[in-house]
Ligand binder design. Structure first.
Ligand SMILES: Cc1cc2nc3c(=O)[nH]c(=O)nc-3n(C[C@H](O)[C@H](O)[C@H](O)COP(=O)(O)O)c2cc1C
Length: 214
């Protein structure tokens, strides 16, 4: 075995930061909120960053990191470009998965469900709250499309700065999506890889909850 492989294999973490015995309750949103608050107020650098996995029309998966911006009416909201790769994939297949990993707390949360666009009024309100540079950026970036040079982007930004001297309107191709969960899994690392996994599955207006093998 080469040194690199050996080092990877020896990279062994013990999980001893917590446990999910029977105090997890019956409401996954309350547990999410509790863990999120602990991540935000603890040492987690970017508690609101998660990996969004989507699949394209041929069933091929892809993932990328995004920021969670709201937990609104039991839906998880994020913002992006509707014409981006993820936007196209979500248009082809609205099923997606979100994954939060908070290593400092030895926790992972997996959320799966259907994604829909949020109301324009919600996107407008969030867009209006963003710094001007990000607003101009949303117009300038044809996210996920080919860019011939950095200069091309800088030129587009300079043009837009001249065009929008006052308020910047929200581009029609930019806005929010909301994931409505069908299932959530809370994972707490434990010693000897005998982790706690609590799985919530939607059953109409309530949730079935069970424990999974680690
Ligand atoms: C920490 C972090 C946060 C990010 N947040 C967002 C976000 O909220 N919205 C977004 O469109 N892209 C965000 N990105 C960029 C995406 O990861 C990705 O590069 C971009 O959305 C294009 O993805 P796509 O080509 O799959 O559509 C973020 C990247 C990182 C590393």
């Amino acid at each position: 075995m080469n040194d690199f492989l050996k080092k990877m294999r020896d990279d062994h973490h013990e999980f001893d930061r917590g446990q999910l015995e029977d105090q997890y309750g019956k409401n996954p949103y309350e547990l999410f909120q509790q863990w999120y608050d602990e991540a935000q107020h603890g040492e987690v650098l970017e508690a609101n960053a998660f990996a969004l996995a989507t699949v394209n029309s041929e069933g091929l998966p892809s993932s990328r990191i995004l920021y969670l911006k709201e937990l609104d009416q039991e839906e998880f909201v994020f913002y992006t470009n509707y014409q981006s790769r993820k936007g196209e994939e979500l248009a082809a297949n609205s099923q997606a998965s979100m994954l939060f990993f908070w290593p400092e707390l030895q926790r992972q949360i997996r959320i799966e469900g259907k994604v829909t666009r949020v109301a324009d009024s919600l996107s407008d309100a969030y867009f209006a709250s963003r710094p001007r540079g990000s607003q101009i950026g949303a117009w300038a970036s044809q996210q996920s499309q080919l860019l011939t040079s950095r200069q091309e982007l800088e030129d587009r930004i300079a043009e837009l700065e001249k065009q929008y001297t006052g308020e910047v309107p929200r581009p029609p191709h930019w806005g929010g999506y909301a994931l409505s969960p069908e299932s959530l899994e809370f994972w707490q690392g434990r010693a000897s890889r005998l982790h706690d996994r609590i799985y919530f599955e939607r059953k109409g207006s309530s949730w079935d909850v069970c424990r999974l093998n680690p």
